[in-house]
Design a protein. Structure first.
Length: 277
């Protein structure tokens, strides 16, 4: 983290452009800008996140980063006078690479807990979204309740995701070929996930209740969710192992948002219901 005046950036904003706007006085300061600049000695926290995961973090029609995760971070930033958040968006697979390289200070992309990530990064202790996972497939097809039921079956997973980690861990613990789950790595859009289940590219997927409901509404997918979860987790922000002070500050602000009801309100606004519990 560096001490410098705060501003929100997409990729890189050039100093020259900022200077010109300031000199001309042509850009009116927004409330967010005023809040961000209230402490000229605030430490800049570079937040790494994605840009195509609606409604959590994505670019709107004007190319501005928005979504539930962004709204939560902005609410946290307002509570932390000693810090000012900037945002760098990239593909999901590159976010944690940037954290490892020291290019960002905080990673935010609906990260659930898993042991592999915890060995490399510092997890926040306060979660901000429920991320309980269930097996899903097309209603009327054979239903799968547990990972054991998926032995020999083809299952969608995004590379680097917690779903991929769960399936890979399962396979590592089941060495016999007939006990393995066939992982179909899928980086495509949501409609590809749905069509893949419909046409037999995969036998099942693993989703949260939120994503299952969203796909059914968006694509009339007729997805059915298993009665019991295969993994119970929340989502957390990730940090460099040495950034304990930043983690504690963000955790404290996030807990305040939970206690005063703001987090639940943001969930309802962006996700349609309270998915924070």
């Amino acid at each position: 983290m560096k001490k410098k005046p705060a501003f929100i950036r997409w990729g890189l904003l050039t100093f020259a452009a900022t200077a010109v706007l300031a000199a001309c006085g042509s850009a009116e300061a927004t409330d967010e800008d005023a809040a961000a600049s209230s402490n000229p000695d605030a430490e800049t926290v570079v937040v790494g996140t994605g840009n195509g995961y609606q409604p959590f973090v994505y670019l709107d029609e004007n190319g501005e980063l928005t979504g539930y995760d962004v709204a939560v971070l902005e609410a946290i930033d307002e509570k932390l006078d000693d810090y000012s958040f900037e945002y760098e968006s990239s593909d999901f697979k590159n976010i944690l690479t940037s954290l490892s390289a020291g290019k960002i200070d905080l990673a935010a992309h609906q990260y659930e807990y898993n042991d592999e990530r915890a060995e490399k990064y510092l997890y926040g202790e306060v979660g901000y979204t429920d991320y309980t996972l269930y097996i899903v497939n097309i209603a009327g097809d054979k239903q799968y309740a547990t990972l054991d039921d998926l032995q020999g079956k083809k299952v969608f997973a995004s590379p680097g995701s917690n779903v991929a980690y769960l399936l890979e861990q399962y396979n590592s613990e089941h060495e016999n070929a007939d006990e393995q789950i066939s992982i179909i790595y899928n980086e495509g859009a949501n409609e590809i996930f749905v069509s893949g289940l419909q046409n037999g590219t995969a036998d099942a997927g693993i989703l949260t209740k939120y994503d299952t409901n969203k796909y059914n509404e968006q694509f009339d997918a007729n997805l059915e969710i298993a009665s019991e979860p295969i993994s119970v987790s929340k989502t957390y922000f990730l940090y460099d192992k040495a950034d304990e002070e930043l983690k504690e500050a963000v955790d404290g602000a996030l807990q305040e948002l939970i206690d005063d009801g703001t987090l639940a309100e943001l969930s309802v606004e962006y996700l349609g219901d309270d998915y924070t519990k």
